[in-house]
Design a protein around this ligand. Structure first.
Ligand code: ARG
Length: 569
């Protein structure tokens, strides 16, 4: 179904075409107003195009208003201030439009750049536990993936595993010297991490170990069987652990191509860069230098000893993705510390003539309210523990709020609320800000939290159950708009698709969170000030249908954030 904003924009556009047939202007854009006195929607089209039309904005606005075609949506349209056009829409329109929200998909056919979007996210480093930075990447990347899918793009979610680097030479040496088999079998990543840290310590005293590690790495890269086997084992064991977390968090990837997948392409990249004069030799290494305007530090592409670097592997990866998927966007979700890296990589890719839409979707670091979170050795908070803690705390809250639920129900609900709260705490903030992890805030039942939204959803389901017990279903329900809050809720219910589009444009899931919070607040004031079950049948059914639709929009919106709902809590 056509978006409300599009219906209005098309009407405005027709009017503009009629009065200024050959004008070269961008199509009118309408936005929801912040104040109901200014109508439901507003456009500043007349003001921003006054120069083009060589007329006063208020005159243009009046012309546009006078030429709007016959329609069923606009109740009233007026000029305000310096030349805003304020639009009030008909209640009848909303009454007919809302029931379709459930039955028809939103029409996004006006989005012209649809195609394949590759999203590179999560991407932990093999043999190391996932840390909180990977949590943010996983949660944000997954939401962006859901958002683009909803809009009708083809999406490839790729987990770009760190499975090819100097750490493997060290790990192989450490494995042969110090592995504790029993620990390795119980907690493989824990043991790999232990021997890796030990290696670093021992190598400080005994630098020969580093030389040994280099040789083992070389053997691995040359395909020597024993080392390859060990390497594969490290990957398999790590992935097994990561997958437990992904499954628990309802995260799925389309591909798990790690850095190793691009190994064979890297020599070509170096050759191309040298041939095209983009890279040069500098003290035996192959380096790309940037000019003053580009203002980036030099990027090393190949070291003197022949080793390739992170940038090399990302360039090879771009080549592969372009040839394999012909994407129209490639998105990378990592923390802010990789900004320079991606600027260098995108810059070099463009110099190679690979004109794609690359975006580094970076986010701020995460800290705990009770101290700075740090990845320094031995001070890493493990994701598994974090999720356990969230679920445990959610469980305690449910025990208190709803003791009569069965043990099984409590556990199931706690899992959804705990995981939902962790995701929402992340997604509800502007990704650029440094987020502070505060358990109490995150699990609060009021305020902009997952429990508040889930509780609102559950409340709606409970209302529907009660109505059904009293013999009322949604059959033949019609929406009646008489009260202010009924109107406010109705209008808000039409907004999800446009909000999702904005969230996609800016790669900001928090816009969806803000909207859902506003919707939940509006629904709760509707529910608290207007009765439902005590009303006569027509009103009862209308409010029941509005409640039901609010629940459906909440569910859909939460799904775009990767959060599941519960029917009771
Ligand atoms: N493995 C890297 C890390 O943990 C993130 C990889 C991001 N993706 C990429 N194509 N470089 O920091």
């Amino acid at each position: 179904m056509k978006l409300v904003e599009k219906i209005l924009e098309d009407l405005l556009k027709k009017s503009v075409e009629k009065i200024f047939p050959n004008a070269e202007v961008k199509d009118p854009v309408v936005q929801r107003t912040s104040n109901e006195n200014f109508g439901d929607f507003q456009t500043n089209f007349a003001m921003i195009n006054a120069k083009v039309f060589k007329k006063a904005p208020r005159v243009i606005a009046q012309d546009i208003i006078d030429n709007i075609p016959e329609n069923e949506i606009i109740e009233k349209i007026e000029i305000a201030g310096p030349g805003f056009i304020n639009i009030f829409i008909k209640n009848d329109f909303l009454v007919n439009y809302l029931p379709k929200l459930e039955k028809e998909e939103p029409d996004f056919s006006f989005i012209t750049d649809k195609g394949t979007v590759v999203i590179d996210y999560s991407s932990p480093n093999i043999a190391k536990p996932m840390h909180i930075g990977h949590l943010r990447s996983t949660v944000i990347g997954d939401s962006i993936k859901r958002i683009y899918k909803y809009l009708g793009y083809d999406v490839i979610g790729d987990n770009h595993l760190g499975d090819w680097g100097t750490q493997f030479g060290k790990l192989i040496v450490a494995y042969r010297l110090w592995l504790d088999r029993e620990h390795y079998e119980k907690d493989p990543i824990g043991e790999m991490e232990r021997i890796y840290v030990k290696f670093e310590k021992e190598a400080e005293k005994n630098p020969e170990l580093l030389e040994e590690a280099r040789q083992e790495l070389k053997k691995l890269q040359d395909g020597e069987t024993e080392n390859r086997k060990l390497w594969q084992e490290f990957i398999d064991l790590s992935l097994k652990e990561y997958n437990k977390i992904y499954r628990r968090m309802d995260i799925e990837f389309d591909t798990y191509y790690g850095e190793s997948h691009y190994h064979s392409i890297m020599p070509e990249i170096v050759k191309m860069l040298l041939e095209k004069g983009i890279a040069t030799y500098s003290e035996g290494a192959v380096v790309v230098f940037f000019d003053e305007k580009e203002n980036l530090p030099p990027a090393i592409i190949q070291k003197k000893d022949g080793a390739f670097l992170y940038a090399t592997s990302d360039l090879a990866c771009i080549k592969f993705r372009r040839e394999t998927y012909h994407p129209n966007r490639i998105l990378y979700v990592t923390d802010e510390r990789q900004q320079t890296h991606f600027k260098q990589v995108f810059n070099i890719a463009r110099k190679l003539g690979w004109e794609d839409n690359y975006q580094h979707i970076w986010f701020g670091l995460m800290r705990f309210a009770d101290g700075v979170f740090s990845t320094r050795k031995g001070n890493v908070i493990k994701l598994q523990e974090l999720l356990d803690k969230a679920v445990e705390k959610a469980k305690a809250i449910i025990e208190e709020k709803n003791p009569e639920l069965s043990e099984e129900e409590k556990s199931k609900i706690a899992e959804i609320i705990g995981i939902g709260a962790v995701k929402y705490a992340d997604l509800s903030q502007n990704r650029i800000s440094h987020i502070i992890f505060d358990w109490d805030k995150m699990l609060a039942f009021d305020g902009n939290t997952a429990p508040y939204l889930l509780y609102t959803y559950a409340r709606i389901q409970s209302l529907k159950r009660k109505a059904k017990d009293n013999g009322y279903t949604l059959d033949n329900a019609e929406i009646l708009i008489n009260e202010k809050l009924e109107r406010k809720l109705s209008l808000l219910l039409t907004q999800l698709p446009i909000i999702v589009m904005r969230a996609a444009d800016d790669y900001k899931p928090n816009l969806i969170a803000d909207y859902l919070f506003e919707l939940a607040q509006t629904y709760n004031s509707f529910y608290n000030s207007l009765s439902v079950l005590k009303e006569e049948e027509k009103v009862l059914k209308s409010r029941l249908l509005l409640s039901h639709l609010a629940g459906e929009v909440l569910r859909k919106g939460l799904d775009l954030l990767g959060i599941k709902v519960v029917d009771k809590m």
